[in-house]
Design a protein around this ligand. Structure first.
Ligand SMILES: C[S@@+](CC[C@H](N)C(=O)[O-])C[C@H]1O[C@@H](n2cnc3c(N)ncnc32)[C@H](O)[C@@H]1O
Length: 213
């Protein structure tokens, strides 16, 4: 749910997939990609704080640190409550976040990537103000696509605000909304989290001892 990256995994495993986003443009782009691959998925326009799909799922996944775009903790609680009520009793909720300590040191970045068709490059620039005392960061991400001769083909800038969520706050938010943390990984190789890892990847189940909802 709410993410494109996990669609690939769902597609490979042959399981059904529902994606949710409150940006119609994101949905349209994904829809176009699916069409070009001759694939289908259910994509829903909706707000993660208030959605109701009248269905329960085996797995809910939020990748790309997208939960940190829900800046206010009261809104995060709404998102987590909605997710909990869409999970089957044996379901799992998995989400990835940047480790705030590491991300904070790498807010302003520049990278150049080769685009896989081999004829273009992508330049990426992150420009952010230092975090507020609550860990809220605002700034821009700029993406420049160039051809082999260095001519600019596309130049886009995106305003972005996100919350560098401290680990203790996540723990409280999950406990408040009736989740039990089963695993905390620090990277996609499933190594156990240590403070120097770039990510915090959680796998949670419903805490059956909790009376939430
Ligand atoms: C890091 S981007 C991930 C983009 C895209 N979903 C993908 O998988 O490539 C975060 C996404 O979260 C969406 N988002 C942020 N807050 C949301 C909310 N309250 N409800 C639904 N979508 C939200 C944004 O519109 C944005 O598309």
């Amino acid at each position: 749910m709410w993410d494109r990256s996990n669609w690939n995994a769902a597609d490979r495993c042959g399981v059904s997939y529902t994606g949710l986003d409150y940006c119609q443009n994101q949905i349209n782009q994904f829809q176009n990609k699916l069409r070009s691959l001759n694939r289908e998925a259910r994509l829903v326009f909706g707000d993660a704080r208030s959605f109701d799909l009248h269905e329960s799922f085996d797995l809910v996944f939020i990748g790309f640190s997208s939960l940190s775009e829900v800046v206010d903790n009261r809104d995060k609680i709404k998102v987590l409550q909605r997710i909990r009520s869409h999970l089957k009793p044996s379901g799992r909720f998995t989400f990835s976040l940047h480790n705030p300590v590491v991300r904070n040191l790498r807010l302003n970045q520049e990278h150049v990537f080769d685009i896989h068709d081999g004829s273009r490059t992508l330049e990426f620039y992150g420009r952010f103000q230092p975090p507020s005392s609550a860990g809220i960061v605002s700034g821009t991400q700029r993406y420049v696509i160039k051809d082999r001769e260095g001519h600019t083909l596309e130049d886009r800038e995106l305003d972005l605000t996100f919350h560098l969520i401290p680990k203790d706050e996540i723990k409280t938010l999950l406990a408040t909304t009736g989740f039990r943390v089963e695993e905390l990984w620090g990277d996609y190789d499933r190594s156990k989290f240590i403070e120097s890892n770039p990510y915090m990847i959680y796998r949670c189940s419903i805490d059956t001892g909790s009376e939430v909802d």
